[in-house]
Design a protein around this ligand. Structure first.
Ligand code: GAL
Ligand code: ZN
Length: 668
């Protein structure tokens, strides 16, 4: 029986391409039919519902009310629309908080946050978890045989709204247990963290604080482990719910709406509990932070989400209207909804769900616009999306489930990200910013990219770019060394091999530590460029570099770029070293765009002739079951020309503002 149902769900999933985030609880019952009809006419086959509706589901403790949701699922089903149900655990109701105020989270100043907003919850709190287990069990039992419910989204954007996560006494106790499991004895922790510094030696695990505010800075080892603990806590919180659903309704799929490079939770770990990953993307960015994300950044987020499970993903929330709160963001220009949708497909979305169906009249998101305006009548954005669905559906059918394989990989490690956040070295140095800078070079060369965790299989990729490997361990050193000796090209950067995994400086070897042997280089000295830049020279050209300088002394490496100012003028800034069958580039500074392009012409000689392309036009290839597709995406508000490569006809193509052109080629 369950097996048949699994097959049935899999069959339905393959047919789903477009959806909307729908909140039936925000509208009168009489409106639901109209919504269903308008959605059907739009070409919608799925809705996500109920991810904040705890009070509607359990108005009083233990009194579950799912009839309204049955009804909403049924109305949608009558229009051929399936449902992904959210577990509403991002919004614990007021009665629960009144009865158990200790569920409220505590901030780094020791202040308890108040009820309201959402995620006003502590994820380690046992009372809260008991309420969740009971509700999620009842929900899964109730909907397990509903033929229109194909899956579940657990909570909503976990990690979001949890800036320093909760620092209550329950979380501190859980942290102590987590530390005990990791270190075994308190002596081992003291040794690993160097707690002798400032007399911070602990006598037992219960003394280790959650890093609340102190008169001066915390121990970096404590801070890094706190971030690891918080991430594990979120993964565990999610797993608890996923396991209940999988046990009761194994034929229904489990997903979560991840947020690109959002950093509070290790998505590689969390995704082990997902049947498929989903992503939320608002390309114009948040209204308070114009101008939003660059097209390359949006592309990178989606490549990353595809990489966490190495499977195609769903967009669970794609911006469909102006974002807004107290201030309102820019209305998507004609063509932009289509452009963003096509970009999702180009990077591996099997289904696209727009946030949200209709703009809400009340609550803190009353100006966060959906496809329909407040009045609920179809207007420009509705018709544009309808046209987009008609155009893209056949292409998506051919592409369904077929995963793009990167021609290069970028190593992504949450731990590196956290360590650099804690000690950025230079105020403007960020892990994600640095990764994006390298990603952009690949993006501009139209090279597909996968992101790999340190545990990934490097040998599948001819080129591995591994920026800011600040924390280092023997295992990773060995893996990278084997990769290079086996013929891989590895790109390392400044601040490689600085710390051990406990965030303690390593001193056995000169920087970059053991990887100096394969990079054929030593860092003689380093210089942080606070408020200044240096000149660099390469291949007869001049450029600039910023943020940081590793002053390089090549052992066996060849110097490609030298510094051209300051006391280290003439010294190495970028080197390349042959090591057995492979190559190692060491980039000791933050190069300007021109120098980066020159360097990448060396790393990818085959792409050197293909530029300068038009950077406003993205070109991304996807292979379908029957055809290959080239997505030409004009991300600018101006007409653009783009030259496509010989294999795509070699022509120069004229594109209107925000135009999407998809070239198709039968498989030869
Ligand atoms: C997302 C969230 C949605 C909604 C949206 C617009 O982060 O998942 O529930 O809040 O942003 O603000
Ligand atoms: Zn807590």
């Amino acid at each position: 029986m369950k097996e048949n149902m699994s097959k049935e769900t899999a069959k339905i999933m393959k047919k789903i391409r477009f959806g909307v985030d729908y909140y039936p609880e925000h509208w009168p019952r009489e409106r639901w039919e109209t919504d269903g009809r308008l959605m059907e006419e739009l070409g919608i086959s799925v809705v996500r519902m109920a991810e904040f509706a705890w009070h509607k589901m359990e108005p009083r403790e233990g009194e579950y009310k799912f009839e309204w949701l049955d009804e909403a699922v049924r109305v949608m089903g009558a229009h051929g629309i399936y449902t992904v149900l959210g577990t509403p655990t991002a919004a614990p109701p007021a009665w629960m908080i009144e009865k158990h105020p200790q569920i409220l989270p505590v901030d780094s100043q020791g202040q308890q946050k108040g009820f309201g907003g959402r995620h006003h919850d502590c994820q380690s709190n046992e009372i809260y978890r008991t309420y969740i287990r009971n509700l999620v069990t009842a929900l899964a039992e109730h909907f397990k045989e509903n033929p229109f419910v194909i899956g579940w989204q657990i909570d909503n954007e976990l990690g979001n709204s949890h800036e320093d996560l909760c620092m209550c006494s329950s979380c501190r106790d859980h942290f102590a247990q987590w530390l005990q499991k990791k270190y075994g004895t308190i002596e081992a922790l003291n040794e690993a963290w160097g707690t002798v510094f400032w007399s911070q030696t602990y006598d037992h695990f219960g003394q280790v604080p959650a890093p609340r505010q102190t008169p001066t800075a915390h121990n970096p080892s404590l801070l890094l482990n706190w971030k690891r603990f918080c991430s594990d806590l979120v993964v565990d919180f999610h797993k608890m719910q996923a396991e209940i659903i999988k046990k009761i309704a194994p034929h229904q799929k489990v997903t979560h709406n991840l947020m690109g490079f959002y950093d509070k939770t290790d998505y590689f770990k969390m995704s082990e509990d997902l049947d498929f990953a989903s992503n939320d993307q608002y390309p114009t960015g948040y209204y308070f932070d114009p101008p939003g994300q660059s097209p390359a950044e949006v592309a990178a987020c989606m490549d990353f989400i595809r990489s966490v499970k190495r499977k195609n993903f769903w967009m669970m929330e794609l911006e469909s209207g102006p974002t807004g709160g107290s201030i309102i963001g820019q209305n998507p220009r004609p063509g932009q909804n289509r452009l963003w949708t096509a970009q999702c497909v180009a990077h591996g979305a099997d289904a696209i769900v727009y946030f949200r169906w209709r703009t809400c009249l009340f609550g803190s998101e009353q100006f966060w616009h959906g496809i329909l305006p407040h009045q609920g009548v179809p207007k420009r954005r509705y018709y544009e999306i309808r046209e987009t669905i008609r155009q893209l559906s056949p292409v998506m059918e051919d592409l369904n489930g077929i995963v793009t394989k990167g021609e290069a990989a970028i190593l992504f490690s949450y731990e590196e990200d956290w360590a650099i956040q804690l000690q950025p070295q230079h105020p403007e140095l960020t892990y994600s910013g640095t990764l994006l800078k390298y990603y952009k070079q690949l993006y501009q060369r139209h090279l597909p990219v996968d992101f790999l965790p340190p545990e990934g299989d490097f040998s599948e990729y001819p080129v591995l770019i591994a920026p800011l490997l600040y924390l280092m361990n023997r295992k990773l050193e060995r893996k990278l060394t084997d990769y290079v000796k086996g013929g891989g090209t590895l790109v390392l950067t400044m601040r490689t091999g600085v710390m051990d995994m406990e965030n303690v400086c390593m001193s056995r070897l000169p920087l970059p530590g053991a990887l100096g042997a394969i990079a054929g280089v030593e860092v003689e000295e380093y210089d942080c460029l606070l408020g200044s830049q240096v000149s660099v020279a390469y291949g007869g050209q001049k450029g600039t570099a910023g943020k940081w300088c590793d002053i390089l002394a090549p052992l066996t490496a060849e110097t490609l770029v030298t510094y051209d100012s300051d006391y280290y003028k003439g010294k190495g800034a970028v080197t390349v070293n042959r090591c057995e069958a492979g190559l190692v580039y060491y980039v000791g500074t933050d190069l300007d765009e021109g120098a980066m392009e020159w360097l990448f012409d060396r790393i990818f000689p085959d792409t050197a002739g293909s530029r300068p392309g038009n950077p406003a036009v993205e070109q991304t290839v996807r292979k379908g079951a029957f055809k290959d597709y080239l997505f030409l995406l004009n991300h600018s508000a101006k007409p653009q020309k783009a030259a496509v490569s010989g294999s795509w006809g070699g022509e120069e193509i004229q594109l209107e503002p925000f135009e999407v052109r998809i070239l198709e080629k039968e498989r030869s």
